[in-house]
Design a protein around this ligand. Structure first.
Ligand code: HEC
Length: 208
């Protein structure tokens, strides 16, 4: 007896079923997710216009090659490191396209960086040269997001206050470009510090 057709149909059924379960079901579930609440109470919180532009800079500069934006509670030590208080959930990402969940962690996770580093000036100095705020850092400087220009008349009130050793030549100042402003606004806006009921936290997991 030729069993070929049976084997073929059997394999076809198994492959299509596993495809459906691994792909279609999660896409359906995540695709139907909707924001909770409106205005300032909305979950997930909305980014401002400038911060939205900062997302583009983040993408252009390839920050995703070194940084993730997803806090893990089920494995690893993200919570102990203070990178978040709960597992990141699909709902956190519904406004984002593309999402920058990332896979490489040369630097810290940034899902909640706006919460733990809420000071704009820190980010300006860090982007201009990470060695100013984080000596020994592996992060490259993004000084091309700043303009070094001759001071004409009064110095700009936007000029960076740089420490000794990082200052430009006498008579020059360093001011952020719009891209730097957008990137900093984006950093300050990165937060998943709202509650999502079904999100695993260390406390919930402890009772399992
Ligand atoms: C080559 C890898 C690399 C790239 C590319 C990179 N970073 Fe980093 N980043 C690091 C490392 C390592 C650290 C930790 C040391 C430090 O603070 O500089 C870090 C730290 C940070 C921090 C501080 C996080 C904290 O919790 O203290 C922020 C914010 C940040 N990076 C943002 C960015 C952004 C935005 C970009 C793209 C413009 C970027 N990084 C590109 C490696 C990288």
């Amino acid at each position: 007896m030729n069993r070929g057709p049976f084997i073929f149909i059997g394999v076809l059924i198994i492959v299509s079923l596993s495809w459906a379960l691994t792909l279609v079901k999660p896409i359906q579930e995540a695709g139907n997710l909707q924001a909770i609440g409106i205005g300032n109470d909305r979950i997930p919180a909305r980014l401002t216009g400038l911060a939205e532009q900062g997302r583009d800079v983040y993408q252009e500069q390839g920050c995703v090659n070194c940084h993730t934006q997803q806090t893990l509670a089920l494995v690893g030590s993200d919570i102990e490191r203070g990178w978040g208080e709960r597992q990141s959930m699909p709902l956190d990402y519904i406004d984002q396209s593309p999402v920058f969940t990332g896979t490489n962690r040369v630097g810290p996770d940034l899902a909640n960086v706006g919460v733990r580093r809420g000071e704009a000036n820190w980010h300006y100095l860090h982007f201009y040269n990470p060695q100013i705020t984080s000596a020994g850092s592996n992060m490259p400087p993004f000084d091309f997001l700043f303009e070094t220009r001759e001071i004409v008349g009064e110095p700009s009130d936007r000029a960076l206050e740089l420490p000794e050793g990082f200052r430009p030549a006498e008579g020059f100042e360093v001011v952020p470009t719009r891209d730097a402003d957008a990137l900093v606004a984006y950093m300050l806006g990165l937060s998943q510090a709202y509650e999502i009921e079904e999100a695993p936290t260390p406390e919930k997991l402890a009772f399992k």
